[in-house]
Write a protein that binds this ligand. Structure first.
Ligand code: ADP
Ligand code: MG
Length: 255
């Protein structure tokens, strides 16, 4: 039986008295690419942060390869959040790329990518440098190993951030509007790297407003609104024949 690689079941999250996620389900098979669309404030970043184990859900479950993550089961069958050290281990299976390329400003490109390998995976410096260089080559940044983030364009920085997220060999990659902060002429080079990753079989959740990318690369597109998935489907059905009035309204405002 082929279990989904990633399953989010009935995720709820409340901040103060605002329920930001109202029971969201998400399921991805190996190699599947899911694009999440939706207005600002609808909960897209929140669901990614929960899946990345950066904060706990109030209710619901996250399973990676069929195993519930982020919690441990008490002897009486109830669950509680994992301790930080164990959470950190599980986070290695999930790569995340944010809107703002949050590279370490005081480290060069190579060092930004080797850090996790030496500090988290316990690799030797030499092996880490070789592994990181291969990954940076894959995102087209092999010629900038000694540059500092401030010496790179936003698109280059974002490609380094992708290499850094990939280097621990994650099971799934999460992208939170990875091109939204870029000058228009730099968007394409980042989307091209993501498309290559998808072609190579990476399992990916991509929050994006790039509908052309979603149409071409995603296996499924979903619309978030007010903490719920309103509609989801194959790109052609979703974009060309949306069923929900809210989807039609949202799409009409994009162009
Ligand atoms: P999106 O990514 O779709 O724009 P978010 O998931 O960032 O939406 O946010 C959804 C809602 O939750 C917003 O109203 C936002 O203000 C609120 N929110 C997000 N994170 C927090 C937080 N840490 N504390 C309080 N409110 C938050
Ligand atoms: Mg967001």
């Amino acid at each position: 039986m082929n279990r989904p690689v990633l399953e989010a079941l009935n995720l709820h999250r409340t901040y103060g008295d605002t329920e930001v996620l109202k029971g969201v389900d998400l399921s991805l098979d190996r190699g599947e690419v899911k694009a999440l669309l939706g207005p600002s404030g609808s909960g897209k970043s929140t669901i990614l942060r929960l899946i990345a184990l950066l904060e706990p859900a109030d209710e619901g479950e996250i399973l990676l390869n069929g195993k519930q993550v982020g919690v441990t089961t008490n002897t009486n069958g109830t669950t509680r959040p994992l301790r930080e050290a164990q959470l950190a281990k599980q986070r290695r299976d999930i790569g995340m790329v944010f809107q703002r390329f949050n590279l370490f400003a005081h480290l060069d490109v190579l060092h930004n990518v080797t850090l996790a390998l030496t500090e988290v995976a316990g690799m030797s410096k030499k092996e880490a440098a070789e592994t990181a260089a291969v990954m940076l080559e894959r995102v087209g940044m092999g010629h900038r190993l000694k540059h500092y983030p401030s010496e790179l364009s936003g698109g280059q920085q974002q490609r380094v951030a992708i290499a850094r997220a990939l280097v621990l060999n994650p099971t799934v990659m999460l992208f939170d509007e990875p091109t939204s902060a870029l000058d228009p002429e730099l968007v394409g080079e980042v989307l091209a790297v993501m498309e290559k990753l998808a072609d190579e079989g990476m399992t990916m959740v991509v929050v994006t407003h790039e509908t052309r990318f979603a149409r071409r690369v995603a296996d499924e597109v979903a619309l978030f609104d007010h903490g719920r998935i309103i509609e989801s489907g194959e790109p052609s059905a979703f974009f060309d024949d949306p069923q929900h009035p809210r989807t039609r309204q949202f799409l009409s405002h994009l162009h």
